[in-house]
Design a protein around this ligand. Sequence first.
Ligand SMILES: [Zn+2]
Length: 113
Amino acid sequence: MPRYDFECTPCAYYSEIKQSMSDPALLECPVCGQMTFQKIFISPPNIFVRGEAKTIGQLSERNFSDMGHYEKSDKIAKDRKPINDKQKEKRKQHQKIVSMTPEQKVKWIKKGE
Ligand SMILES: [Zn+2]
């Protein structure tokens, strides 16, 4: 079964979940108990090796759609409750991963830098 990254926006809990394509993309968060634990899309290396963006335009388009996702997440978080510094740090880490180029992601996943 494929594994997916899930993140809870209000409490910044993050985990990898095994599920099939037909399972819901929104689950109850095991930490805060809200229905805010949702599937996020950080491509694993075996996917972006095949679907490499070839032009600057494609790359910026991809960055832009990632940005849209996070702006939306931040808005949802703001509507619920303030997050503490530790959670902000976690979110910053996520944004860093999302803003990476595919090459940087591969490096980060393999070497942790
Ligand atoms: Zn939560």
